[in-house]
Design a protein around this ligand. Structure first.
Ligand code: SAM
Length: 284
């Protein structure tokens, strides 16, 4: 399992911090929540907030991501990372599920409950990249209608078992299509980073089409500028790609969605702090 960061991992993290030093996203009203021992909330004076952020950044490491040498993304000369990502989650599904500790829950359940609480009973919600269905599909099914899309066969099978009332589609988000205005809300937790960032704008546009008027999109993406890389993650090669927060927010707005809120939140993955940009947007 993940040990303290030393050697190449540490160097990798430092290089990445340096590369992104100017890109670090600052929320206009920052509340950096670090779910460490005992979970604390931080705020306060500007200098104090800056010191805390610097301290936090010293702690944040990309989670066990070392470059992996591959002849091509799929070993067959094709570059679409879909198959590699699916195979990775097929193998690492159990290890991924174990990364969230019950004493330091990730924020998605709380934020999803918030969103669902504003929807009428029975509203149709899409969870894009639904993983094993826990907790999102299960929470949606309590009072609403759920559809999940999941590229990994293993994750899709687990999702069907964990949330039997949900409709789970085993496919890539790049390939599915729904009629315009199908969903009252769309969620996409920790999935955008596994798709080439050149396709993020297109995916936001499709999300916007699939949403009803005034429908909501709630998603996360890592807040680093990463053109696209295959790295070792949870013992498997995994693809990561995303824009910095400002560029991501621009793409959301260009897709015709209005950004209602955004913030960077730190969560613990297997005890290691990792940052995600959280965005809540609405169709006009
Ligand atoms: C980090 S997990 C997140 C799972 C779940 N959303 C959660 O909150 O735990 C990312 C999931 O997205 C799936 N995924 C990655 N790329 C995808 C794609 N192009 N289409 C559909 N699912 C995808 C992966 O197989 C994996 O189950």
């Amino acid at each position: 399992m993940d040990g303290p960061a030393t050697g190449p991992k540490r160097a990798d993290a430092e290089q990445r911090d340096e590369r992104n030093a100017d890109d670090v996203f600052e929320h206009p009203d920052p509340v950096v929540r670090h779910q460490g021992a005992g979970q604390r909330e931080r705020g306060g004076g500007e200098q104090e907030a800056e010191d805390e952020r610097a301290e936090l950044h010293a702690l944040i490491l990309p989670p066990l991501r070392r470059p992996v040498a591959l002849p091509s993304m799929n070993g067959d000369g094709t570059d679409d990372p879909g198959r590699l990502v699916a195979a990775g989650y097929d193998e690492a599904a159990e290890r991924y599920a174990a990364l969230e500790a019950s004493e330091a829950p990730w924020p998605r359940a709380e934020r999803l409950r918030d969103l669902l609480g504003r929807l009428p009973a029975g509203a149709h919600v899409l969870d894009a990249g639904c993983g094993n269905g826990v907790p999102a599909l299960q929470l949606i099914c309590e009072r609403h209608r759920a559809t999940g899309v999941e590229i990994s066969k293993t994750q899709a099978a687990l999702a069907r078992r964990n949330a039997p009332q949900a409709r789970v589609i085993h496919a890539s988000l790049a390939d599915v299509a729904f009629p315009d205005g199908t969903f009252a809300a769309i969620t996409a937790f920790y999935v955008m980073d596994h798709m080439p960032r050149e396709r993020h704008g297109e995916l936001f546009r499709r999300f916007a089409e699939w949403l009803r008027p005034e429908g909501s999109l709630l998603f996360t993406v890592e807040p680093y500028d990463e053109p696209g890389d295959v790295r070792e993650w949870q013992g498997v090669p995994m693809f990561f790609s995303q824009f910095d927060p400002a560029a991501t927010l621009r793409l959301v707005e260009e897709a015709g969605l209005f950004v209602l809120s955004h913030d960077v939140h730190v969560q613990l993955e297997g005890g290691r702090p990792v940052e995600f940009l959280w965005v809540l947007a609405q169709k006009g």
